[in-house]
Design a protein around this ligand. Structure first.
Ligand SMILES: [Zn+2]
Length: 384
């Protein structure tokens, strides 16, 4: 029952599962995960497994399948992988063509993260077939909405997921990622009062107010940078990425808005970070007007390596037994692993493919990485 890795990946790439990420201008027939969910469900059923759906949003389900080993399992392992991809605008290869050339398979999701979905399915299928003595109980979890608001993994944890270790699929070139920063984003508005620009004294200029707030945020950025950095991930950072305000030169603006991005290190929460920024700004000279921080994007927590020490060693040994080498890394991008680790389950990130090709206009994966990745997952779960 060993599965054909390249053919399975090609199937998955040909089935669109685009996360619109808040956009409303994309064709409906490529959106969301239900077609991929149905495909994986069918494949798992054909193994004799009993996949269960967990509703996250209407038409968007996590898919959870249990492998029960012979005897009483010594531990439970989670294989977690998201089903969605980013949109396909401006791609220069057919996003759903799954073309193979020079040992690479091209298409949206090939690298992030349908390659990971494929190798997890393959390792799971092999466990089901061979039922190795001493193997772990494995929960294979395909989640929705990782690329936008992380609702799939949040639902998984809300339903009380319990396990001793979790491997989260993302492209890591068969290395281990044990830590990453988190991110929280806010929209901040300054209110004003509009009037004709010929009598500006009759209004309140929201852009002037924002100017003062921006100076305060710049001072806060320096303050953050001066704090003790995380030993692995470096300093906390904040950045203002966009500003919008005003309607015309002859109108005093009544509102100005900015988008703020704050990177979190282990030990920080999005709420604490927001409170800290707000109290800094409120006590800053010249900020004598109301403003509010509103989260504009679901925050992704930082992945702390605190719980995963033994897991990193053990999984590293499984990698070495297959490829002979691996690195233990920290990365700048967020993953579902932080949400799982926050629930008390040691979690690391691992998978075939290179994050450099994720979300790109010619996204591809090196097919030669699939087989070793599946073998590593199988060996880790079966401890052989
Ligand atoms: Zn991903």
């Amino acid at each position: 029952m060993s599965i054909d890795l390249a053919a399975t990946l090609a199937d998955l790439v040909r089935i669109p599962s685009v996360n619109p990420m808040g956009r409303t201008d994309l064709p409906a027939d490529i959106l969301y995960e239900p077609r991929v969910t149905a495909y994986l469900e069918e494949r798992l059923r054909s193994l004799g497994a009993a996949p269960q759906r967990q509703s996250v949003l209407p038409g968007r389900d996590n898919l959870i399948t249990v492998y029960e080993p012979p005897g009483s399992p010594s531990r439970t392992i989670v294989f977690e992988c998201h089903q969605d991809t980013v949109p396909v605008d401006a791609m220069i290869v057919d996003p759903f063509g799954a073309k193979v050339e020079g040992g690479k398979l091209f298409g949206r999701g090939s690298c992030d993260v349908k390659g990971g979905a494929t190798v997890m399915l393959a390792a799971f299928a092999r466990l089901f077939k061979e039922r190795p003595v001493g193997s772990a109980r494995v929960l294979l979890c395909y989640t929705v909405d990782e690329e936008h608001t992380f609702l799939g993994v949040q639902e998984l944890m809300k339903q009380g997921l319990k396990a001793d270790a979790a491997i989260v699929a993302e492209p890591t070139l068969l290395n281990i990622v044990r830590a990453h920063k988190g991110v929280v984003r806010w929209v901040v508005e300054t209110p004003g009062r509009a009037c004709h620009s010929s009598r500006p004294e009759n209004g309140v200029n929201a852009i002037y107010r924002m100017g003062r707030l921006l100076a305060a945020i710049e001072a806060y950025a320096a303050d953050l940078h001066a704090r003790a950095p995380d030993p692995l991930l470096g300093p906390r950072t904040i950045s203002v990425g966009r500003i919008l305000g005003g309607v015309s030169a002859n109108t005093v603006p009544d509102v100005c808005r900015i988008d703020v991005d704050r990177r979190l290190v282990p030990g920080e929460s999005a709420t604490d970070a927001g409170n800290d920024l707000e109290s800094f700004l409120k006590s800053f000279k010249g900020i004598d007007f109301p403003f509010a921080l509103k989260e504009s994007h679901a925050p992704c927590g930082p992945l702390s390596p605190e719980l995963s020490g033994p897991l990193v060693k053990e999984f590293g040994a499984a990698i070495d037994s297959v490829t002979g080498k691996h690195e233990v890394q920290v990365v700048p991008f967020g993953t579902d692993a932080s949400t799982i680790a926050k629930g008390g389950i040691p979690a690391i990130v691992f998978g075939p493919g290179d994050i450099a090709q994720a979300h790109t206009k010619d996204e591809w994966i090196d097919l030669a990485q699939l087989e070793p990745a599946a073998e590593i997952l199988f060996r880790f779960a079966s401890r052989t």
